[in-house]
Design a protein around this ligand. Structure first.
Ligand SMILES: *Cc1c(COP(=O)(O)O)cnc(C)c1O
Length: 371
């Protein structure tokens, strides 16, 4: 079986993990946590960072740190992971969904402004699958209406928009270090910001809002979570991050190899290689079936499985999620591009440990299945 993702752990991971065990520092108090935070903040270009237990946790913290509350509205793409919407819904904040561009997979910038109402407080930018979202026009809208930016850069660690790192644009930005992301800590996430105030709140929310005043240690003014990252996770992260440039080069190598090998299959659309503002980083290698092709993505995924090739469907649009529809959310929402992406899209193996011969094998099987 060629799995859809396999992480690459061939640097100093073992050495730093041994160090955790040798020194006894295994909890979130250990020194790797701050080291990892500092390295990532410097790299992305935000002043402060807060490591936490997952990318979903980072979003929960970001939304609460911004002070968003019941009946506020936040504009987000429908075509993304559930974490983006649930971080809002759980606090009573209403996600207002925008459709996505069929070719870049990113939120349609031209649809954002018509969704803005007095209740709108923020825009959540999510970079999807490897191309940066088109940031400048979104920042312009945010400025015009005085909206905050939450930037979810989980899928594009190392990607740049016009030469500046993704994750550097949000009032508050988030990352994930799940094993299919470009840097992994097994499970983990991070919150980034230039604001001292937001940083303080993020650190407090991560740690159950314990008081910073030693005399009031167990007296709580607000509710947070235990979303702390352990020293063991951070040790992995520090080792992984030492190789970030190599990881990105590898991702682009995989993407560009598939681009060449698959370009003669005429029933599919390949991912865009570059836009005016970025070059694809291929977090996943995302394919859509052409309109007139007679198989669905679901059928292709099953056939690939018979050939022992792992693949995954695209995100199920947020406005169709039963959990939200059952809460009365999104019942009249109709976003055709997001729905079509789900019908037509799938992604193929592109993990950092993927070997060249596996890329050839995947291509060979795709040529057999996609006829
Ligand atoms: C992976 C991902 C997350 C969630 O991260 P976890 O660490 O799995 O909780 C959030 N947002 C986006 C865009 C992601 O791709």
């Amino acid at each position: 079986m060629i799995p859809v993702n396999t992480p690459f752990l061939n640097g100093n991971e073992k050495k730093y993990l041994n160090d955790c065990i040798d020194t006894g520092w295994i909890s979130s108090e250990g020194p790797y946590v701050q080291k990892f935070e500092k390295n990532i903040a410097n790299y992305i270009g935000q002043k402060y960072s807060t490591a936490c237990s997952s990318g979903s946790a980072a979003l929960d913290i970001a939304v609460k740190a911004l002070g968003l509350k019941k009946d506020d509205e936040v504009i987000i793409p429908s075509f993304t992971i559930i974490s983006c919407a649930q971080s809002l819904v759980k606090l009573g904040v209403k996600p207002v969904l925008v459709d996505s561009d069929y070719e870049t997979f990113n939120m349609k910038v031209e649809d954002i402004e018509k969704k803005i109402r007095p209740q709108t407080k923020a825009i959540m930018i999510v970079h999807v699958f490897g191309l940066s979202a088109d940031i400048d026009p979104i920042l312009k809208i945010a400025k015009k209406y005085n909206l905050k930016i939450i930037e979810d850069a989980a899928e594009v660690i190392g990607q740049e928009y016009k030469g500046k790192k993704c994750g550097s644009f949000g009032d508050i930005s988030t990352l994930s270090f799940y094993p299919n992301k470009h840097v992994t800590t097994g499970e983990g996430g991070m919150i980034l910001t230039n604001s001292e105030e937001l940083n303080k709140r993020a650190k407090s929310l991560r740690n159950l809002c314990f008081s910073q005043d030693p005399e009031k240690r167990f007296i709580h003014e607000d509710l947070g979570w235990n979303y702390r990252m352990t020293n063991i996770q951070a040790a992995l992260g520090v080792a992984q991050f030492e190789q970030i440039d190599k990881m990105i080069e590898k991702k682009r190598h995989i993407g560009n190899s598939y681009n060449k090998l698959l370009k003669d299959i005429n029933v599919i659309n390949l991912p865009i290689y570059k836009t005016d503002y970025c070059e694809n980083i291929y977090w996943v290698y995302a394919i859509t079936l052409k309109d007139d092709y007679n198989k669905t993505a679901k059928e292709v995924i099953l056939e690939l499985k018979d050939y022992k090739i792992g693949s995954r469907p695209f995100f199920y649009p947020m406005h169709k999620q039963p959990v939200f529809n059952n809460m009365g959310l999104f019942l009249k929402v109709n976003l055709p591009q997001s729905e079509k992406l789900y019908e037509k899209g799938f992604y193929i193996p592109s993990g950092l440990a993927l070997k060249n011969e596996e890329i050839f094998k995947v291509s060979e099987v795709l040529h057999k299945v996609l006829v």
